[in-house]
Write a new protein. Structure first.
Length: 168
């Protein structure tokens, strides 16, 4: 079997939205894991902010199964779940930005899959990540939810100082 490893060089700057596409087994998940803080088998990785997932100014990851990312029972609580004591964020603005305006008091169990994914985006943005990784986020969402989620992702780097890597 031939050695399939190849050198990869990637630079992602704040404000950039990069899509990573490829067939199953092409290395997308491996790249995501390295970007999220995993150690490469060789070479070096430099990233902005802290490696710790979910830390303010660090790296945030949104995965394909939105129900596994929701921790609060109320939408507004989920956005701020795990923020450091004393941290403040404009929950209503974030919810509006992701198309969930007016749902702050709603039970998270009543949200659709697409709404749960957009809630995960709002919660990630509350941490003001330097790097936001969206890994196969549209795969478990119906077409309407997929369209809404892609519209949200497309506008993120216009309003936030984050780099977005969308793996699909």
């Amino acid at each position: 079997q031939a050695d399939r490893r190849q050198r990869v060089s990637l630079e992602v700057r704040a404000g950039e939205h990069i899509a990573v596409t490829g067939a199953n087994g092409s290395g997308k998940t491996t790249l995501m894991l390295v970007l999220a803080g995993g150690h490469p088998t060789s070479g070096t990785v430099q990233r902005p902010g802290a490696v710790g997932l979910g830390r303010p100014g660090g790296t945030a990851v949104i995965m394909q199964h939105p129900e596994t990312q929701v921790l609060g029972t109320r939408v507004a609580d989920d956005v701020v779940w795990g923020l450091p004591p004393g941290a403040t964020t404009d929950v209503d603005r974030l919810l509006s930005e992701v198309g969930l305006e007016g749902l702050a008091e709603r039970d998270t169990g009543s949200l659709s899959g697409g709404q749960l994914q957009r809630l995960a985006v709002a919660a990630a943005l509350a941490r003001e990540p330097a790097l936001l990784i969206a890994d196969e986020v549209t795969s478990m969402v119906d077409q309407r939810g997929r369209d809404a989620l892609l519209a949200v992702l497309s506008g993120l780097t216009d309003h936030h100082q984050t780099a977005l890597v969308h793996i699909t």
